[in-house]
Ligand binder design. Structure first.
Ligand SMILES: [Zn+2]
Length: 483
């Protein structure tokens, strides 16, 4: 039985979908004005694990992830998303490109990052700029129902009109009165009202016609409008980072529920932040990393993915190059273990998964997607099997069962392992290149056995020149074609 922590009720609840066998997920996606940083990628990986586990359990999942290409203003964290500059326009000035070019470039970068991280693509990635009519329709409904008002071409949500305001974040109007540092918009009735539509200045590049003014939508309205467009009035699970809880998701609830009169999302899942060496990531501190930085340091996206899985999504995770090295070591340990299991079980073909391993895995994942616990069970299993392998006591059948169990679990972990041909001393090769590489590797093994390290080094270089990587095993080697 799957239990998920719901930010809305502040408790772990049994997950039940609205429609039998089906789950709808809305994931707040990127604002495509810059590269995704490793904190963003953590959030996308967390919702990927959620989706993968629901699919593992047999649900048919429909996931929507929006692409914000208009309306996300620079001061969204302190204000109600109605001050500052449009992030797209800021980037457009910075890079001397049109907002469309910026959006296209960073959306492609985002998609390519997700692919490298082995994050399953959402079923649809709606762009905000393509859904202005849906947003206008929703704003009209909100005005009609007394939840929104227009002044001087601007439209604001009247937070005092929605009695449940604050139910997600705890920021009720009473609590908000204290300590607010808001830049007041002259057209607002109350400081916590937030923008649904803003009139555009004369030379603004991203503007659209509306009943109120030529302008642009607020950031929050896009997620309400697009979620309802693709997933209906009520969805099963809405995900995002903890920074989305307020004001973004609080506003989404006020808008959607205000417009439809129905509950917006049954579950709200939020991952906590990623820190870098105990500090918040920021460009000015020089601890701001994107996937490219990770790769330039010689790590693979899968090392980063395993690093993410190693902490619970609802706990802060602390990134450092040392912890990433640890993740790489664990990744390589798993990879090597798989190869050994494949080798031992190769004679027996496909067999059912080891049920004990699967039981442990599910018990961990059912408890609010506890990936670090699931991994610790896996590492125990690796230690146990490796011990048996060294003692030559692992029967082919057992190796096959464990391998099958890992295959099942990995549908959820989503770790990619190299599919390239692996050549060991006892392997039989067919391709000419592989045969040549193997001959040199055999020679090198002889050199290692006679402790002729100079020769062994020379032969290693020769092998690498041929496009292979060689790894030393105990009285054996492993050759892999470089990808
Ligand atoms: Zn959103």
């Amino acid at each position: 039985m799957l239990k998920l922590y719901n930010t809305l009720t502040k408790s772990k609840e049994r997950f039940m979908p609205l429609h039998k066998g089906k789950v709808s997920i809305y994931t707040c996606g990127p604002t495509v004005y810059d590269f995704a940083h490793i904190g963003n990628l953590r959030a996308y990986t967390a919702s990927d694990v959620l989706r993968r586990y629901l699919e593992y359990l047999g649900y048919e999942v429909r996931q929507i992830k929006n692409i914000t290409d208009v309306g996300h203003l620079t001061a969204d964290d302190i204000a109600q998303a109605d001050t500052g500059e449009d992030k797209m326009l800021k980037a457009s000035k910075r890079e001397k490109k049109t907002p469309e070019e910026i959006a296209k470039f960073y959306e492609e970068a985002f998609r390519s990052d997700e692919k490298e991280m082995n994050i399953l693509p959402a079923h649809y990635f709606p762009r905000a700029t393509a859904h202005i009519p849906q947003m206008i329709k929703m704003i009209e409904a909100l005005i009609e129902k007394g939840h929104a008002y227009e002044k001087n071409g601007n439209v604001f949500y009247d937070v005092t009109s929605f009695k449940d305001y604050g139910k997600l974040s705890g920021n009720t109007l009473d609590n908000l009165k204290v300590g607010a540092r808001l830049e007041e918009h002259p057209d607002k009735k109350h400081p916590w009202d937030f923008a649904l539509w803003l009139k555009a200045p004369e030379n603004h590049l991203l503007k659209y016609k509306s009943p109120w003014s030529v302008g642009y939508p607020g950031w929050h309205i896009e997620c309400s409008a697009m979620s309802i467009e693709y997933l209906g009035d009520t969805l099963d699970i809405h995900t995002g980072g903890e920074d989305h809880i307020f004001p973004h998701h609080e506003a989404e609830i006020a808008q959607s529920e205000g417009a439809t009169g129905k509950k917006f999302s049954n579950f709200w899942l939020h991952n906590r932040f990623l820190l870098v060496e105990g500090e918040k990531m920021s460009k000015s501190k020089g601890n701001f990393y994107i996937l490219k930085d990770i790769k330039e340091k010689g790590f693979e996206p899968m090392h980063l993915r395993l690093f993410y899985l190693s902490s619970h999504y609802r706990k802060q995770s602390d990134f450092s190059w040392k912890t990433l090295e640890q993740a790489r070591a664990n990744y390589e340990r798993i990879a090597e273990w798989i190869l050994k299991l494949k080798d031992i079980s190769k004679s027996i073909g496909v067999i059912p998964a080891a049920s004990e391993a699967i039981k442990q895995f599910e018990s961990a994942m059912n408890d609010d997607l506890n990936t670090p616990l699931a991994l610790s069970f896996l590492y125990e299993l690796i230690t146990e099997t490796n011990k048996k392998i060294t003692e030559n006591k692992l029967p082919a059948k057992e190796a096959g069962e464990i391998l099958a169990a890992f295959g099942k679990m990995n549908k959820v972990f989503g770790l990619k392992f190299s599919e390239s041909v692996t050549i060991t001393a006892d392997a039989i090769m067919t391709s000419d290149d592989d045969i040549k590489a193997k001959l040199i590797a055999d020679k090198r093994l002889e050199a290692r056995r006679s402790k002729d390290f100079q020769k062994s080094d020379e032969l290693r270089k020769e092998i690498e020149k041929m496009g292979y990587l060689i790894e030393d095993l105990e009285d054996n080697y492993r050759l892999k074609k470089k990808s």
